[in-house]
Design a protein around this ligand. Sequence first.
Ligand SMILES: NC(=O)C1=CN([C@@H]2O[C@H](COP(=O)(O)OP(=O)(O)OC[C@H]3O[C@@H](n4cnc5c(N)ncnc54)[C@H](OP(=O)(O)O)[C@@H]3O)[C@@H](O)[C@H]2O)C=CC1
Ligand SMILES: O=CCCC(=O)O
Length: 290
Amino acid sequence: MEVGFLGLGIMGKAMAMNLMRNGFKVTVWNRTLSKCDELVQHGASVGETPAAVVKKCKYTIVMLSDPPAACSVVFGKDGILEAVCSGKGYIDMSTVDADTSTKISEAVTSKGGQFLEAPVSGSKKPAEDGQLIILAAGDKGLYDEAIPIFDVLGKKSFFLGQVGNGAKMKLVVNMIMGSMMNALSEGLELTDKSGLDPHTLLDVLDLGAMANPMFKMKGPSMLKSSYHPAFPLKHQQKDMRLALALGDENAVSMPVAAAANEAFKKARGMGLADMDFSAVYEAVKVPKQP
Ligand SMILES: NC(=O)C1=CN([C@@H]2O[C@H](COP(=O)(O)OP(=O)(O)OC[C@H]3O[C@@H](n4cnc5c(N)ncnc54)[C@H](OP(=O)(O)O)[C@@H]3O)[C@@H](O)[C@H]2O)C=CC1
Ligand SMILES: O=CCCC(=O)O
């Protein structure tokens, strides 16, 4: 099966490579075109523009940073609206809000194309290993056709109904994740400042009901101040912002998430936007006395 892939950041590169390893022919495009080179070495073709990719491929997958990026490849010059038509499937796997997804869906379907949103849970390693969790919504026919793609990219896919539902579910999941990361950061700092060993806290947490892969994986590197990005902090803050807007829309008070968002904003202000989201620990730490 031939698929197009737009967006070769941390996730897109891993996902496109995985598709190629599993026998898919892939045509890639990235705003910074040089990022296509490594994929070309592994057998990918390059499309000069998003429109050129859609023209060539029956299915096009998109994995871009945020709502403005997702919109730019659709509505911009040489964007997919210039090529999408009946018989073309457009699958946006970026994390965006429901309004953005709906706007893109309406534009694609008005040209006769099919649209599916399919944001994912799971980070760089699950993307490399085909172990993502796919939260799809939109055109059920396209979802069924895309199952061979999702089977390679993920360990489980959910079809959640109308466009917007996948985006909302993803934002809820990441809102919880961001709040948990803040709770862990505060716990590590409190342990340290109380004269206890934060490594012991990680051991205790890992043995009890709060044990989880995220604390187990991120905790030790946080204690080394090592924040090589798997999930960039700027994207986690974007997700908190979009989740809080969803809470606003539905009159759901979320003081814990709001406080976590403030910590991610503070971390961005400290220049940590491109570090892993666990770098929020630096924003939570009590400043050392001179
Ligand atoms: N990293 C993770 O663990 C996970 C991320 N996600 C979500 O997946 C999406 C991608 O994440 P990730 O790969 O980490 O992000 P990266 O920051 O690594 O990559 C972002 C991609 O978006 C492109 N881009 C940004 N702005 C524009 C624009 N205006 N026009 C065209 N292209 C643009 C970048 O192009 P360029 O190379 O030119 O900058 C790059 O290809 C995000 O929505 C994120 O929230 C979801 C699950 C896990
Ligand atoms: O959106 C990013 C999610 C990262 C993860 O699920 O580990």
